[in-house]
Design a protein. Structure first.
Lengths: 285, 320
């Protein structure tokens, strides 16, 4: 029997499930995120020193074998502080996006499905909200509520859900015109079942992809506010706060600002790469 | 026998146009009624009106009596209990009518849960049974497949399985085979017929294909420009058509007797639903038309046993 005939056999086999080859960049992103999540989960085991331990014999020391990332003006180990800061920054990434993603998705579903007047009102809200620059709006809300992490979460959540709602609204509007939505109606299903059981799973993928990107944005925003003194408060280790602390030593102790800066860039890159991978996966379906 | 569904004077108005006008028909239990007509003759609109699936701007008049209730005037909450449960519907696009992200099995068990309150292993067993019944091989394994893993014919079968889950008494089939290959078409139609007999279910089959009606239906209603022009048992209507339009349609179907001759066709095109001709709507295209045809809209009148026609010249039409 020729080899060609043997190769022809799999054609008759059951249709194969689609497999997805994970791109290398996505793996890299996942590895970076894994590193940061490890730091966030077990900082006390990974960090060589306590993050807030002063050492007056080692003030503003450049990177060395004892202090890989150098020390700050109180002799605190920058490596340990950067590692502990991962915990706060990942917390920011999650808490700044969790409520907006869930509430925004829910609101956007309703708005998109109901349409009409509800949709009209929502679109005016969106128009107003996106007229004001996001950062300015958040800073204004934090200024009213007072600085601090909790208030920052509240401020970001109050604004950010609109983006998710707008994203899912468009998807729902396009999905609800599809035949299977009509089929659901024909089957005698109620609107809640059609919307959340059938339309939402079909419309959710851009939300998941955007959520990843948004976590990177949230870290940037969190550290910006930390830097400005509106987010996490010292002595809490947070990358933005660390860079803020380093402001006065920018010319004399570069290591104080450069390592938290690299951490921010790396975390942002990690989320973006994973987000890209997810987007590709979603597009394949 | 008491008809299962009694439609009387159904009319649909969308803006200034009246694409469906004065449509009346009965469906008896376990009967397959074919509604045949060209595109735009209002046959799909009629079906959709029965389940109140038309957009809000469409105004529906008339009555559709179903088990003592008038479907046309029933509020949305009430009609929802009938949809899927008592009257199910399948349509043209089996490729898109299934939810792409849910496995087939889940879509069947969902219908079982909503309509019959069946859950868990019992629902799953019933789903296998249904898939088996509509002729999907190795149904148990296929339950976890997604719609994209099914071929067109299989999807239509799955769609039928979902529709049958709640054991409806009436199935509305809106050109269920138009998007399928001819061989698959035949299988699906045979399946519908078999299910009709097994489950004692009535079917309204809407199609533009005379051959399908001739081969599968018990009765036929011929629609043209929003009106039923002729109705009766399939054998009677096809043996001795009593409407010039039906006759024209039948002459435009190729057959062996007139092989290698030019196919006759009906000249012109259907009227614009916004500007229907007065009198018989087919008159402008009709070879048999006389002055009387253009004057007054003819109503359906009996022509032989169980045979209705709206043609003034039914008597003088030559038998096909």
């Amino acid at each position: 029997m020729s080899s060609a005939a043997q190769e022809a056999v799999p054609v008759l086999a059951a249709p194969a499930r689609r497999t997805f080859k994970v791109p290398k960049t996505t793996l890299l992103g996942a590895a970076i995120l894994l590193l940061f999540f490890a730091c966030a989960a077990f900082p006390d085991q990974i960090a060589p020193y306590a993050p807030n331990k002063f050492d007056y014999r080692a003030l503003l020391k450049p990177p060395s074998a004892a202090h890989w990332f150098g020390t700050d003006n109180f002799g605190r180990d920058m490596l340990s502080r950067t590692i502990w800061a991962a915990r706060i920054d990942l917390q920011i990434a999650v808490f700044c996006t969790l409520f907006p993603a869930i509430f925004g998705t829910f609101a956007g579903c309703i708005v998109g499905y109901v349409g009409g007047l509800v949709d009209g009102v929502f679109r005016r809200i969106v128009d107003v909200a996106i007229t004001i620059p996001f950062l300015v709006l958040v800073i204004a809300i934090v200024a009213v509520l007072g600085p601090g992490l909790i208030n920052m979460y509240i401020a970001v959540s109050a604004v950010n859900w609109i983006i998710y709602a707008r994203l899912i609204r468009g998807e729902i509007i396009s999905q609800k015109r599809r035949d299977y939505a009509a089929a659901g109606k024909v089957m005698g299903y109620g609107p809640a079942r059609i919307l959340f059981r059938h339309l939402l799973p079909n419309a959710i993928s851009p939300i998941v992809v955007y959520w990843m990107t948004d976590m990177a944005l949230a870290i940037l925003l969190g550290s910006s506010l930390g830097y400005l003194g509106l987010g996490a408060q010292p002595p809490t280790s947070e990358w933005g706060v660390l860079i803020g602390d380093a402001r006065n030593f920018m010319t004399t102790a570069w290591w104080m600002s450069i390592f938290p800066g690299i951490a921010i860039v790396l975390a942002g890159t990690g989320f973006s790469l994973v987000g890209d991978g997810l987007a590709k996966l979603v597009r394949r379906r | 026998m008491m008809p299962l569904l009694q439609v009387r004077d159904l009319a649909i108005r969308i803006g200034a146009a009246e694409p469906v006008d004065n449509v009346s028909f009965d469906v008896s239990p376990a009967e397959m009624l074919g509604i045949v007509g060209e595109s735009g003759s209002g046959k799909s609109l009629t079906l959709r009106a029965l389940l109140k699936l038309l957009p809000a701007q469409a105004q529906v008049r008339g009555t559709a009596l179903w088990q003592g209730q008038d479907l046309v005037s029933l509020p949305e909450a009430e009609i929802r209990k009938i949809r899927g449960r008592q009257i199910a519907m399948i349509y043209q696009e089996p490729m898109t009518a299934l939810d792409p992200v849910l496995p087939i099995g889940l879509q069947i068990t969902e219908s079982l849960k909503v309509h019959l309150g069946l859950r868990g292993a019992a629902a799953r067993a019933r789903a296998v049974d249904l898939l088996d019944r509509v002729g999907i091989p190795s149904a148990k394994r296929r339950l976890d497949n997604y719609p994209h893993e099914f071929s067109g014919g299989m999807r239509q079968r799955a769609m039928i399985a979902i529709s049958l889950a709640a054991e409806p008494q009436l199935l509305l089939a809106d050109e269920p085979t138009t998007a399928l290959d001819v061989t698959i078409q035949d299988q699906i139609l045979a399946l519908l017929q078999q299910l009709k007999d097994e489950l004692h279910m009535s079917v309204i089959l809407v199609t533009h294909d005379l051959g399908i009606v001739a081969g599968t239906c018990d009765r036929v209603a011929v629609m043209y420009a929003g009106r039923i022009q002729e109705s009766g048992p399939v054998t009677t209507v096809f043996r001795s058509p009593a409407h010039a339009y039906t006759l024209g349609l039948m002459r435009s179907v190729p057959d062996g007797k007139h092989a290698r001759q030019a196919l006759s066709f009906i000249p012109g095109s259907p009227p614009d639903p916004g500007a229907m001709p007065p009198g018989c709507r087919f008159a402008p295209r009709c070879g048999h038309a006389t002055a009387a045809c253009g004057e007054q809209a003819p109503t359906l009148r009996p022509f032989g046993a169980d045979h209705l026609t709206a043609c003034l010249h039914a008597d003088t039409l030559a038998p096909a």
